[in-house]
Design a protein around this ligand. Sequence first.
Ligand code: UDP
Ligand code: MG
Length: 324
Amino acid sequence: MSPDLSVILPVLNEADIIEKSLEVVRGQIERTNKTYELIVVDDGSTDSTPAKLEAASVADPRVRVVPLSRNFGKESAMAAGLDAARGRAVLLMDADLQHPPELIPKMVALWDAGNDVVSAVKEQRDRESLLYRLMASIFNVAMGGAAGKSFRGASDFKLLDRQVVDALAACPERSRFFRGLVTWVGFKTAELPFTVQERIGGNTKWSIWGLIRYSIKNLIAFSALPLKLVASLGFITLVFSAGLAAQTLYRYLAGQAVTGFTTVILLQLILGGLLLTSVGVLSLYVAEIYEEVKRRPVFVVKRARAADATKTAKDAAQDSDLNG
Ligand code: UDP
Ligand code: MG
């Protein structure tokens, strides 16, 4: 039988903190009185994390470990977790306690109240370095422009109703940007502010280069905006060239031009303008091809939330056992 809640933790080399994390997270889930499974995706850890996870899953069958064959990155680890999750709702959070587990009961309550997506939004980032914050704002502004929605403070700390998880699974693109996709699929969304906690053990897995690569990759994976910018630049240059060409011709006809220069200037403008415009037209087609190859659904239909109505008598009995 599927549990009410699947909690997914992507984990890479968190041996210092994973036992404590599991304990705190479990404590908070238990406050919700929901049946649950705790899915820990081991993203190719090379320290003693796998052994610790193994021990945790032996001690409690509700802890399920999904071991990846190597380090695939957090996005892939989250995708693996979503794939393994069986819950009627799925909650994703970092395994380093930087996403405060105290929020779990509140997020579940918002889900119970009929929200399909509950997004925890980072309130202040004082705990993170200046460079990190600067990078994050540049990225969030660019992504926001690309997705037509603010990404300020957006995090991967989210609760998703089953129908949202199914909608995400129907987006088959391989280069996945979780936060962006959740925005794209829509559904009734609630936001909950939180303060990023200090890491109490282990290290961040991000280097500055890693962050830059991640930002560029996600921007490109999620948006054709850079391509469309190239097209706009081409057309703007063409208009500008036309103006300049008119001025050059006028000077030639008015006898103000140095002999021979008119031809050179006009040739430059015509060739430059044509080249840039052609690249612009090509980039528009590439942008269109890019949208097509992602093969996202053309639309996503909402399902009525009939969870309680469809509950079997056995589920109800089990629930009252848990509550009692
Ligand atoms: N993580 C992962 N795979 C990776 C990098 C990170 O599963 O390749 C996990 C990590 O164990 C943690 C979460 O993703 O649970 C967030 O990583 P981290 O704390 O390093 O990021 P930060 O909080 O510094 O942005
Ligand atoms: Mg962290």
